[in-house]
Design a protein around this ligand. Structure first.
Ligand code: ASP
Length: 339
């Protein structure tokens, strides 16, 4: 029997109702007791890392999870992390960079309803997470939810209430789980092993979502406080050129100050292509802003936090950012590596 370590961190799956709304309170042991079948699949040990609504989870908590996995890596065959769904995709993407290329599975799961309720997806998701973590085809950092196994770099929460809350964006699911059986979709990649933990992160990253009429002066105000700017643009990407306001010049001032500027899109599927329109082409040519192509916003944000402390200059950052990790980015031919 495989030996799995369960790390509990809170989330709806562990909530009880209170007069002030739902609060995570059920412990890792209590969660486990609601699904006795898990003990028939594998040997389980549990640890309660923290007990939070994932709204309150931040980069220090990602480090806590990564450290716990790394310290226990040799002693277990896999890891199941129970977590709130609201920021689960950020945690999963962050762990993909902090614990890269893991042969042993690190599986995140949670639920839209508490496991203590009669109507819940919690029991199924928890059982599925252990089924996948105990299977021979499991690897890397994944989210298991509603029968899907999604790469941590590709999963995104798309629904606030229904059980089919997550989708894998721009990359196939690794496996599906039906009737307590795991059906692999993709083969195991080569080159997996024990990950070298990379725990240092720089959270000084700002995401600016463009709206029609956005004023560029906000960029000058933000610049001193941040090391990287991620602009969530429209469509395939670009910045507005209003007669009254030079947005590109303000973005350029970040690059000239040695800060990282990344352009991504607020459209969920299919990614950016800044070569298509003048509004994208110009700013890429003039300032060499980095294009995120089809990465999820969660992957862009956490990869940036991960790379900032590791890259001595913008050229090194660009090269590392455009180097795929756990299938996080698909690049058009000719765009690989540094410009
Ligand atoms: N607010 C909750 C959380 O993210 C939602 C959930 O878990 O589904 O912790």
């Amino acid at each position: 029997m495989k030996k799995i370590l369960m790390l509990a961190t809170g989330g709806t799956i562990a909530t009880l109702k209170t007069g002030e709304g739902k609060i995570p309170q059920l412990t890792s042991q209590e969660l486990l007791r609601t699904v006795p079948e898990i003990r028939e699949i594998c040997q389980v040990e549990t640890r309660q890392l923290f007990q939070l609504d994932s709204t309150n989870v931040h980069p220090d908590h990602w480090k806590q999870i990564a450290r716990a996995v790394s310290e226990a890596y040799e002693a277990y065959d896999g890891f199941v992390v129970t977590h709130g769904t609201d920021t689960m995709a950020y945690t999963a993407a962050a762990l993909s960079y902090m614990l890269p290329g893991s042969r042993k599975p690190i599986v995140l799961t949670g639920a839209q309803n508490s496991i203590s309720e009669r109507e819940t997806d919690g029991r199924r998701n928890l059982l599925d997470a252990f089924l996948y973590a105990s299977s021979a085809c499991a690897w890397g950092v994944t989210i298991v939810f509603d029968g899907q196994v999604m790469l941590g770099t590709r999963a995104k929460k798309l629904r606030t209430k229904s059980y089919h809350a997550f989708s894998s964006i721009g990359y196939p699911e690794l496996a599906r789980i039906r009737d307590r059986k795991v059906y692999p979709v993709l083969p195991l990649p080569a080159g997996l092993g024990r990950p070298q933990p990379a725990l240092e992160l720089d959270p000084a990253v700002f995401v600016l979502k463009l709206i029609p009429g956005v004023r560029p002066d906000v960029l000058a105000l933000l610049r001193p406080a941040y090391h990287a700017l991620i602009v969530e643009g429209f469509g395939v990407g670009g910045v507005p050129y209003y007669a009254t306001a030079d947005f590109a010049r303000e973005v350029g001032a970040w690059v000239e100050a040695g800060k990282v500027v990344i352009m991504t899109t607020q459209v969920i599927y299919e990614g950016s292509d800044m070569s298509v329109y003048q509004v994208g082409h110009q700013i890429k040519q003039a300032y060499g802003v980095i294009e995120a192509y089809d990465m999820t916003l969660e992957a862009v944000v956490t990869k940036t936090m991960h790379l900032l402390p590791r890259c001595p200059d913008l050229a090194a950052f660009r090269e590392q950012f455009l180097t795929p990790v756990s299938h996080d980015i698909l690049l058009p031919a000719g765009e690989e590596g540094p410009l």
